[in-house]
Design a protein around this ligand. Sequence first.
Ligand code: NAD
Ligand code: MG
Length: 397
Amino acid sequence: MRSLVILGATGSIGCNTLDVVAMHPQLYQVLGLTGATQVEKLFSQIQQFNPRYAVMTDAQAAHQLRQLVKEAGLPTEVWSGAQALCDLAAHPDADIVMAAIVGAAGLLPTLAAVEQGKTVLLANKEALVMSGELFINKVQQHGATLLPIDSEHNAIFQCLPAQLQQNTATQKLADFGISKLLLTGSGGPFLRKALSEFAHITPAQAVAHPNWVMGQKISVDSATMMNKGLEFIEARWLFNCAADDIQVVIHPQSIIHSMVQYTDGSVLAQLGQPDMRTPIAHALAYPQRIQTNVKPLNFFELADFSFSKPEPERYPNLYLAIAACGYGQGATTALNAANEIAVAAFLAGQISFTDIARLNQAALGRFATVKAPDLESILDLDQQARAYVHDQLKKVS
Ligand code: NAD
Ligand code: MG
């Protein structure tokens, strides 16, 4: 029986994780669940999984949740605030921590789990994009186990030799005969939309992903392909490789979740339904396999597979992220922060879809060469880039 903490339990990844856990009560015990503001949702998860701890970061929401838990006579302790997330992630009784908070807010709690040498299941790609080398060094230093949840990185991981899986962050891909990582992406909802219509794209259109059901921020990132850009940076750190070792391939059917190309001409791919319960179950049980409610692939029902190169005019954000990866840590930290503010402004109806790339490009231009070698400077740069984009937003409105 392994004990599990889910950071971001009320989100899309959090709910999918609980769906897998519910099928295996003999294998996983839920120690703690966290959410930001969704009281009812966290309360119903508490009723079902009876965790020892729950965290609501918002103090008022925590107060409401405490009342509900008390009235229901449940033993769950409710904590609140950002520090409580770190305390729960570092709890001595936690074996596995699912890092599924969205955005930079997930960095410190995820690092708190890493510093206690936990098995960390990483969905929160922004944490790694923000802090890259520092994050990976901490994983090494504290003997944590890092398993990727992002479907592409989980697919790549599954296509690696077992010996390389033992430590992907420090061994060399070339030593295992690997020549390229092929990162697939669907191209999002606007793969075929006329570029002249991009300025009029609405938030509702942008979050309606053709294949995946996800949180709002990652859905917009998928539409701009910033998501693939963040994943490019994520892959660079998870698999200890250079930008030249990674190629982005558009595959609109989202059945191949990524591939690994070997020097002998072989390409290994991981396939499956576009359903996050598969990578979640893989990482939860690794190196075993467990059942999920995911429908098996039926090859006689599948559409033809197609592949193409992402067009730079259609997906400027992807290319900004690849450029940032080349600049280094300051650039990726700043770009991630800028993108969070730009996407939030787009979702709030303050700016157009095409403004997202414009703001990201401006922030990258401003901060690309800033060095951010330690946690303090990373957090400081994150704040500076956010403030910079907020200033630009004031100029727009
Ligand atoms: P979501 O918006 O559905 O859920 C986010 C979770 O984080 C919620 O529980 C929310 O309460 C919590 N949260 C948000 N802001 C917070 C804050 N400031 N402090 C504390 N908690 C906060 O997002 P999601 O789609 O589940 O994505 C979560 C992470 O997983 C993201 O980093 C995303 O890129 C990554 N991811 C998601 C998917 C997917 O299919 N949804 C796939 C791959 C990777
Ligand atoms: Mg992904």
